[in-house]
Design a protein around this ligand. Structure first.
Ligand SMILES: NC(=O)c1ccc[n+]([C@@H]2O[C@H](COP(=O)([O-])OP(=O)(O)OC[C@H]3O[C@@H](n4cnc5c(N)ncnc54)[C@H](O)[C@@H]3O)[C@@H](O)[C@H]2O)c1
Length: 438
């Protein structure tokens, strides 16, 4: 951290590089283009619609976050990305079927200009997809270097001042951290030997960090969440963040669970099931990709409820998560929860939550916020893991000696206090000691 908090000013264009131009990416890009034209509002985006309280409540200072801290304007964003399919962003958005045709047609010319670069991809990591737009190379080292070249070319060709990369690709199969991930030397050796424990998303993350480009991961696969890339990010002073956008069911979980705990209500069981019919759902139909998602979704309650500290309330919690691919629903997922809680003297009660959500509509504003905040972190020279952005993730990455914070209200406080800190404003503790100081 730069101690004097000299944040470099926003200048020129910010290039947004997205590995995976599917439902989330195209909904994000088309949305920004429509908002730029004044045709729609950035609902769900904290950077665009959120306010931040400064000073005491009596002072009435609540500026918009985007007016409080220097962030790039939407007009200054330029988009690019990679995909295994050759369709341009307009075609991909039409296929994803999230946004209405009229909206997409209103920004068709710009969307058609965004054509995917050839991807680094292998069926060893995503079993159920096949596409023609894929790079070839002698080994993983050569492939990673091709990504680095893509990044440099994009920056030059689009006249960008700075870049940010956000992984919006499909969920890869479950991989555990192992020796090849432990140091950058071993990782680079692993790239040269095409080590099977190095997945494509790690190669994108590596390429970004080498090129000084902040990297955020919207999927649950490890990507930059390995010691080798964490160390490299710190050394190169590049921000990294992840993993797995906190959108539908898990968003609800991290809103509700802190409430139950605050009231000391017990939890005996939480059964969560999802039906979804988009390409994400199709990929998650493979047990190896589902396992990556399952681990991410299950981790949330354990940390919020702290069963070791509250055994009478949460010691016997049965937590189950299911995801089922069900094509008729497309991107309009249904997340259904049955929650068995207990109250005074252990009397049982039930809560049912049926969230008829739109997956990519919930994810798109998170991509926008991450782009703008990761660029801010980079301009403030905050290298390494950005824990203050845990607010956006189901499996927030944190330092090895810490546990991740899942409670959405603590996450929001941490995010806003980080912004206050960066601007030399008083941090807000909600302490209100006026009685004692009058
Ligand atoms: N929508 C949400 O609410 C949400 C929430 C949390 C996480 N996510 C994650 O975000 C990611 C994107 O979701 P989506 O709905 O847009 O999925 P999608 O299937 O519509 O898009 C993913 C795209 O990534 C491409 N891809 C896969 N591997 C690639 C590679 N190696 N290089 C380049 N492109 C690659 C695929 O071809 C596809 O077009 C998924 O991993 C999903 O699990 C989404």
């Amino acid at each position: 951290m730069n101690k004097d908090k000299n944040i470099k000013p926003v200048q020129g264009k910010l290039g947004v590089l997205l590995p995976g131009l599917g439902a989330v990416s195209t909904t994000f890009i088309a949305g920004v283009l429509a908002i730029r034209k004044g045709d729609a509002k950035p609902i769900g985006s904290l950077t665009q619609m959120g306010r931040i309280r400064l000073g005491k409540r009596t002072e009435g200072k609540n500026p918009l976050i985007k007016d409080f801290i220097d962030l790039p304007k939407l007009d200054d964003l330029v988009f690019g990305g990679w995909d295994i399919f050759e369709e341009n962003c307009y075609e991909a958005a039409m296929k994803a079927g999230v946004l209405e045709k009229d909206l997409l047609n209103s920004v068709k010319d710009e969307l058609e200009q965004i054509k995917p670069m050839k991807a680094v991809f292998s069926n060893d990591y995503i079993k159920l997809l096949n596409g023609p737009n894929v790079k070839t190379g002698e080994n993983k080292w050569h492939l990673a270097n091709q990504l680095r070249e893509d990044i440099r070319n994009f920056k030059k060709e689009n006249g960008c001042e700075r870049l940010v990369m956000v992984w919006c690709g499909s969920t890869e199969v479950y991989i555990e951290k192992s020796d090849v991930h432990s140091t950058i030397e071993k990782f680079e050796e692993g790239l040269k030997n095409s080590d099977p424990n190095i997945a494509p998303s790690m190669m994108y993350a590596y390429a970004a960090i080498c090129e000084g480009v902040p990297f955020a991961n919207g999927a649950p696969n490890l990507s930059a969440d390995i010691p080798a890339l964490d160390d490299l990010a710190k050394k190169n002073v590049v921000p990294v963040a992840g993993k797995d956008y906190k959108t539908g069911q898990t968003l609800m979980k991290t809103i509700l669970a802190p409430g139950f705990k605050a009231r000391m209500l017990g939890l005996d069981g939480w059964f969560s099931t999802n039906i979804l019919g988009n390409r994400d759902g199709e990929v998650l139909d493979d047990p190896a990709s589902f396992k990556t998602k399952e681990v991410s979704k299950l981790s949330v309650l354990e940390q919020i409820l702290q069963p070791d500290l509250y055994p009478d309330l949460y010691g016997k919690l049965y937590h189950k998560v299911r995801i089922n691919y069900y094509p008729p629903r497309g991107d309009n997922k249904e997340g259904w929860d049955n929650i068995d809680i207990s109250g005074w003297l252990g009397y049982p009660m039930q809560i049912k939550v049926d969230f008829l959500c739109r997956d990519s509509i919930l994810a798109a504003p998170l991509v926008l916020d991450l782009v703008l905040f990761m660029d801010l972190a980079s301009r403030a020279e905050m290298g390494g893991i950005q824990e203050w952005l845990s607010f956006y993730f189901k499996s927030p990455v944190c330092a090895p000696n810490l546990y991740p914070e899942h409670d959405i209200f603590i996450q929001l406080m941490k995010l806003k206090n980080t912004l206050r800190f960066l601007k030399d404003e008083d941090l807000i503790t909600h302490l209100g000691l006026d009685y004692y100081y009058e």
